[in-house]
Design a binder for this molecule. Sequence first.
Ligand code: NAP
Length: 259
Amino acid sequence: MDLHLKDKVFVVTGGSKGIGEAISRAIINEGGIVVIASRSVNETQALVQEFEKKGSKSHGILGDLQEPGQCKKVISKTIELFGRLDGIVNNAGLNDGAGLEAGPEAFRKSLEVNLHHYYDLVHFALPHLKKSKGAIVNISSKVALTGQGGTSGYAAAKGAQLGLTREWAAALLPFSIRVNAILPAEVMTPLYRKWLNTFSDPDAKETKIISKIPLEKRMTTSEEIAAMAVFLLSDVSSHTTGQFMIPDGGYVHLDRSLT
Ligand code: NAP
């Protein structure tokens, strides 16, 4: 199926590692142009070089998206380089474990890390998305629906991203800008590996989690999340907006007696 992404321009935050990297690769494989906004210097430079070698167009914009000025720069640089913007994938984030005991400052910091730049980037992108009737994909998390324990800031941010998905889908109806969310559950990425390593026996923890994933008793791959993302960015999903997509092998919703 042709997703019609050829020569269209997409910003992917955190687009050089884990799920974001897979989304960047999927956009490139569909003939699109990707602008990677990330603070991961080596990974971003290596991925952009790899894309350039293949003859694909991409660009890396390095910096911390917690700064609103950085989000503004990402959009202005994208327009300067490519002259258009067809979609945003808000993906950068991290489960920082700011729980109830961590205190007000840690909670606020967690919202900065995980939430504010989702808004800031879309705010600065809006005039360009209106022109292109672009699409927005917010990468949230199963934690927004299930909780996890010990991570108030991350859970609040991931829940807020779902609220913003519906709010923006409603607000942007007049411009035919579609807004959807993807809620990954268990996907092996550098971030996930780091989290597993906080347990005394990471392998045992991983085996236990995998045993509870109903479909094929395996983790979702980054590529499976990316496939959903490019579908939502493309006009193949032209009547899908305000939706929460949960490609997780049935982890969140299927009958527990099955595992
Ligand atoms: P990852 O492996 O850590 O990749 C995320 C990338 O985003 C990293 O390069 C990271 O840089 C970058 N980043 C984070 N915050 C940033 C900021 N403020 N400014 C610029 N770059 C920033 O993470 P992932 O597992 O792929 O997660 C991607 C998204 O999926 C996140 O929103 C996460 O909450 C969500 N998610 C993941 C899972 C899972 O199972 N993996 C499950 C549910 C939801 P640094 O390495 O420097 O932090």
